[in-house]
Design a protein around this ligand. Structure first.
Ligand code: NAD
Length: 160
């Protein structure tokens, strides 16, 4: 059954019992993804540096201020998510940096952009990987940057 106000592809209850982490979940696109996951029945944790936006997601969403450029902050978020929800099935990497002057960008802008948009997304995937393996599988999505949704471990699918 499609939920009112969200994509027709969201099926209510399809992700019951699953847990998702959404990076960059505090702003517009991220909030839409969080809402869709919640509608589908998933428990959701959000990693973002936007504390005001993150806290406004409400008590049912686990928000922890997290700079995904910092491995210790990623680890703390993952630990808290597992502690509260019991595991991790889905990672949606949406946090991004638009520091970009195109061809005119200096090296530090390229490195910052690659750090947030690529390296940190991979570090997130590495951090959740053992927890997805514990569940028998999972799904990582990085729309528009790292390619298509991938299964970090074969077997049970958490959703796409
Ligand atoms: N805007 C578009 O038209 C568009 C189109 C296709 C895909 N996308 C993808 O959707 C995603 C979100 O795009 P958007 O336009 O909503 O971006 P946005 O800039 O509005 O949101 C990015 C979020 O990432 C957070 N963030 C930035 N650096 C962070 C860090 N170091 N640690 C944790 N959080 C951090 C920001 O606080 C913000 O909440 C991106 O992955 C983008 O590639 C966007």
């Amino acid at each position: 059954m499609a939920a009112t106000g969200v994509s027709k592809e969201v099926n209510v209850g399809e992700l019951d019992g699953r847990t998702a982490i959404v990076t960059g979940g505090a702003t517009l696109i991220g909030r839409g993804v969080v809402s869709a996951l919640r509608t589908a029945g998933a428990s959701v944790a959000v990693a973002d540096i936007d504390e005001e936006g993150g806290r406004s997601l409400g008590d049912e969403v686990l928000f922890r201020p997290t700079d995904i450029r910092a491995d210790a902050e990623i680890a703390a978020l993952v630990d808290e998510t597992v502690s509260r929800f019991g595991g991790i099935d889905i990672l949606v990497n949406l946090a991004c940096s638009y520091v970009d002057e195109g061809f005119g960008s200096p090296r530090e802008d390229w490195l910052e952009s690659l750090n947030v948009n690529v390296a940190s997304a991979v570090m997130m995937a590495r951090a959740v990987h053992p927890h997805m393996q514990n569940r028998g599988g999972g799904a990582c999505a990085a729309p528009d940057r790292l390619g298509r949704t991938t299964d970090p471990a074969p077997g049970r699918r958490a959703g796409r």
